[in-house]
Design a protein around this ligand. Sequence first.
Ligand code: GLA
Length: 735
Amino acid sequence: MSLVPLDQDGRLWAFNTPHSSYVVGVVVDPATDEAVVLQKYWGANLPPAAAREAAAMPAGPGNTPGAGRHETSFSRPAEIEEVLPVDGGLRWGVPALQVAVDQVRSLELRFVGASAVREGGADRLDITLEDHAFPIEVVLHTRVYADSDAIARWVTVRHRAGKNTAVEVSRLDSGSWFIPDAEDYRYRAVCGAWAEEGQLQQGLLPVGELTFTSRQGITGHHANPWIMIDAADAGEEHGEVWSVALAWGGSWRMTTTRRPEGGTAVTAGFGHDGVRWTLPTGAELVTPAILGLYSANGFGGTSRGWHDHVRRHILPAGDEDRPVLYNSWEATGFAVTEPEQLAFARSASALGAELFVVDDGWFGRRDDERSSLGDWWPHRERFPDGLRGLFDGILALGMRAGLWVEPEGVSPDSELYRAHPDWVIHLENRRRDRKRHQLVLNFARADVHDWALEWLDRLVANLRLDYLKWDMNRPFTQAGSPEPGRSHDGVWIEHTRQVLHVMATLRARHPGLRIEACAGGGGRLDLGILHHTDLAWPSDNTDPVDRQTTQHGVSQLYPANVMSAWVTDSPNANTGRSTPLRYRFHVAMAGVLGIGADMSRWSPEELDEARTLVEQYKTVRHTIQHGRQYRLGGRPGAERSALQYVLGDEVVVLVYNPRGNAKSGPRWLRLTALDPGARYEVAAGGDTDGVPGRLPARSRWHGGTLMAVGIRPVAWEPIGADYRSDLIVLRRTRA
Ligand code: GLA
């Protein structure tokens, strides 16, 4: 059992994952009857007796709410340990729940009860609290899985029927996670920008509040809703790390508080500052999930814990191998025509690509980004006979077929906008500012999301599509939903929910359909969107060196099978940097390999090399996409680095060296997570020139040797050309 009751009264529980325990208890102040739900422990596995002891530990100064004995008049440290600190009572920290009832913004919650529910391979506990005077009920949900170290929590707030009061919610987080006391704390997160997503940042956590947020209505390029915290002592493969991630693709806010008296907590939820939701009588607001994961095995162990959870419990088809894709966006831009796309399809198929995706430019009068979003019928000049010819041609080659769409986007220069100017997110008497010449459709409206579902459904059925690249190129601004009976700010939640609902309905109607999430590159990648999609486009920047940095950031939380990665032309369209085809392939192989180049410009030798590399990827992709990933070596893209994937008996190592003449850094690459006593046979890669540590084909090495001594990849030798790389495959032998 993953959920273990620890007392007779039903007020103390342990949530046990395979490698961690999380202990939560309800504490009632006898003087006021106010209940708080406290996090008593989060760390390595504890047996029930020890968990009980941990929960019974005498509270530190001021840690017993209401006890007042050791409290100073200016602080109440206990609130940092609360599962959902509210705005109300003796609290001065970041409220995870802030509600005004008839303009009174102060909650006083009582404990109502708790109930446990078995959900297949998971256990769920619901703790119900209610305000003693206001018609507000709060349910704290926690789900723990038998086969995952991630624990999911979320909250329901109900405006109970009966009293006619005005309830306004100005912050409703999915929950706060308390990080145990330490001498110091360090955080790790990603930041970035368009074409530079996923840049890892790490630093000491200052005393105070650190907020990452998106006010864009999408996850955003500049931040991603997760954080990892350690006691400034964890490394890639050692040390304790506590991490928290929010499963939401709209606006979000994550605040980490470090208190001067000790104690750190991370609270996060949908919405951002200033946004308020009114809750009519009888209505409820359910948050997305916030997930916490503890690992004793450093940042690498943390990432592998998330990868497993995403593949097992978030992705709708997480166990599949993703096909090798072709997409001509970088080669042709908007200029897609039937003959040229078919020519690309033939050469892509000859290279081994299995899925052909037609990107932007196929609809309305879409010759550039100025028009036609919303007019989702074939471009009459480019496809006078419709798209059937092209898509039949793609299918006839034995490839699967996909299409780019941007269902939430609308161009003011479109028939749709001229017919329905009220369908966009807007505010009365305010400008409708454009970005990328477009506005955003208001999916909170039933007529809008019904319309989207209807044309998408028809398109998928008529063209027998296996794949949609679902883009979103315009953050929200001047956002409101000016229909009678609706609150403006509701659109920040409802739009995202309805986008996910349209995706889920499409998938239910077309079980084979797979969806790539995209928002002008990597603007919409999070655990929420991944519930209904299969992979995401991490960045419009396909330069392999820049991609290494982005992929490194993405890999912190997301597994290789959600990371779409294309080989494009050299010099790169974004950076002008020239790199060898092999290096571009080896970088893209660390995710779901795709090709986005103009192959009509490739030499016969390049085509041959590409064919071989695609073939090789197919032999190892199951291990890359589903195996356990280890990040080895130095800073990816800047110095020698390597990625190792292990699944069953297979070990795949991708080795990179962007700087040929770099003398510093290791020459020996020590592998990890092998069976020390078993022997591994070299199935591919390595080298045969007799240097110790090189790996002649079919030679056999003990796992212990490969880990303790390592190998000497040619690509890592200190003299040579820039951008050297290798793919090494080893298989555990039974002999
Ligand atoms: C976004 C995507 C690109 C491409 C273009 C099409 O920028 O990230 O991959 O699909 O839109 O307009």
